[in-house]
Write a protein that binds this ligand. Sequence first.
Ligand code: BGC
Ligand code: IFM
Length: 816
Amino acid sequence: MKYGYFDDAAREYVITTPKTPLPWINYLGNKEFFSLISNTCGGYTFYKDAKLLRLTRYRYNNVPYDNNGKYFYIKDVTDAANTVVWNPGWQPVKTKLDSYECRHGLGYSKFTSSKNDVEAKLLTFVPMNDNCEISKLTITNNKNTAAKLSLFSYVEWCLWNADDDMKNFQRNLSTGEVEVVDGGSVIFHKTEYRERRNHYAIYGVNTKVDGFDTSRDAFLGAYNGPDSPDVVAEGKATNSVASGWSPIASQQINLELAPGESKTFIFTLGYIENPEDDKWEAPSVVNKKPAFKMLDSYKTEEAVDKALKELCDYWDNLLGIYHISSKNEKVDRMVNIWNQYQCMVTFNMSRSASYYESGIGRGMGFRDSCQDLLGFVHLIPDRARQRIIDIASTQFQDGSAYHQYQPLTKKGNSDIGSGFNDDPLWLIAGTSAYVRETGDLSILKEIVPFDNDMSVAKTLMEHLKCSLNFTITHKGPHGLPLIGRADWNDCLNLNCFSEHPGESFQTFGPSEGPVAESVFIAGMFVKYGEEYAQLAELLGDDAEAKRARDEVKKVYDAVLDAGWDGEWFVRAYDAYSNKVGSKECEEGQIYIEPQGFCVLAGIGVKEGLAAKALKSVEERLDTKYGVMILQPAYTKYHLELGEVSSYPPGYKENAGIFCHNNPWVSIAETVLGHGNRAFEIYKKTCPAYIEDISDVHCTEPYVYSQMVAGRDAKFFGQGKNSWLTGTAAWTFVNISQYILGVYPTHNGLSINPCVPEDFGDFTITRKYRDAIYTIDVKTNGSQSGVKKLTVNGKEIEGTVIPYEAGIKEYKVEVIM
Ligand code: BGC
Ligand code: IFM
């Protein structure tokens, strides 16, 4: 069952009922000012950092779902005896609407709904170059008679630090301050200005208003929720000026519309940071100039339409960088629009703010952001460059790294600390992808601090060396890399039992240990050790390249010696040197991660083990909704394994379908030339292919979720944790670089598709460095192998089109 449809021409997903199984959201903002917005106008806004600079409040884990948003109430008083109150997004009043539509587009959302012949059209977006969210609301009277309406706006301020806001009531119930200007057309949220004197927020509308409220209790009534505000019921704002408690911004606009008449209002929710000079001059007197300048820029419809066009042009440009045209509508839709869009959202959010991540827990993840980079580096290489340097700046001198950092401060988060032994290698992955995309070797020579301390800075290449050496110097009894607190699988905590016998991970948290080893990190080391060697060669350091390759060889051999279980790769060795993910285990005999990653790194290909491992995946882990992370699911808690076995069977890391590592297996299949199987795996978790089962899948049909419940779960096939997941980047890497086969190497683009037999011919346009490649592929019903490659009329050997500076257009013909 579906709850909407894709409008590819508009690049929108059109939701046709507000009652989606879960809130289906969108992200607004591309730089520093962001909002989350659901299909019922729920959501919240922050500046740079969802924890530290939160503008509006949201109530997580509340009932009903999706509690709090930025709302407009329309009160139709045309017939005084039968007044009706409704919202363009249905929530919070939930009056049954006569029509409803929500269009989530790239950086904007549009709502069109109607009740009793009054129509509301709401457009909301964050403009490219301002720290504000614009809401343009047009109300049209479709009645045969004049309509009398009152419009009320509503946003609830968060007192900046979202964590403190939820906990420290003894203080924050007394800190809220507002200032009302222009009779209520503009409301200033000045909380903390007295103390910090540098930032405030505003909510303004481009018209005179008939009243306002800034006290939540006055607007709602002390015991009401946003579904039944007193002020709306009374039809009269109270002009309340908040002092402490819970400040809000609400305006009342009364309007009379002739039959067929429309009126448009523009609301601006903005964040202002004063220039440093202003800071100490006038305590508690807000410098209003920048606020009025901002409001002025969006006071006309023309200005708003122009800003929206700028946003759409920005996306046109970005999405022109990799574009496919094939007979597979769903592939085109995901590749050209939604998968790349999700990659950009993960660039902005990492794992911080979604409807599943509160914005106050995780910030930017070291491994997460490095992997996200693989999916957006071609879109925004300059920002990717800065991101790599920011991430590397949180690394320690021994190569290990803070697992997470806060986006505002860019400093490592010491509550979580380090000890995830895969982290260092992801920095090589991200940097290598950046250099292959751009050819910019200068990044490797940038001086980058360790732990943000410039007194201990070294070049980025030295940082990568520390990453490599970290694995080299942290190996266990089988010559395999030590796992530390965990590797990619956060929940595989193999050292906790040894340090706290009898105590669970939930009590003590995972710790580092001297013995437990990871075959997955071994796979990573083989792949990224080689990528490191190539970077060393580009810098002319052949000795270092050789050293790296010698080390890779040792780990490769260690995997063959101790990491092969007969039919598949072992997952790990625990703190007692017992195998994890082996036929010898009672539960959890096979894990997906080493099968995917070892094979994509090339391990066991020539030895004939790779194909066996992938066959085992197909036989033991595959389901109709995707490939499960492990089998058989753990039915009881294993102290020696940690959090993985704390989940009920079928959920999350305990035998869920972790979408993130499905593309690893699909890529691994392309390494073996299996186009049919690679694509079959791609399709199973691909949002566009599972749109029809939205009632089972539940999360948004236009983006990937972190997890789909596995076969052992009660709700097999149900998605959770949509949007912020490395799945976005890895599936884009899979489809764009491996299945469609356009892979950036240091010397130029390599074209080597691996598609299903019935995929048909296709054309890809790819901007790469400063040239445009038009790539026409004739597949001839074949799954893999390039028979002939012609570039600008000349046939070339191999699959790599040598990049030559100066050539701006490459016309490429591929015959498979
Ligand atoms: C996992 C969670 C786990 C957490 C622990 C996450 O990455 O998905 O299941 O609770 O890590 O740190
Ligand atoms: O690898 C992690 C990631 O960092 C956060 N989400 C879950 C993954 C698997 O545990």
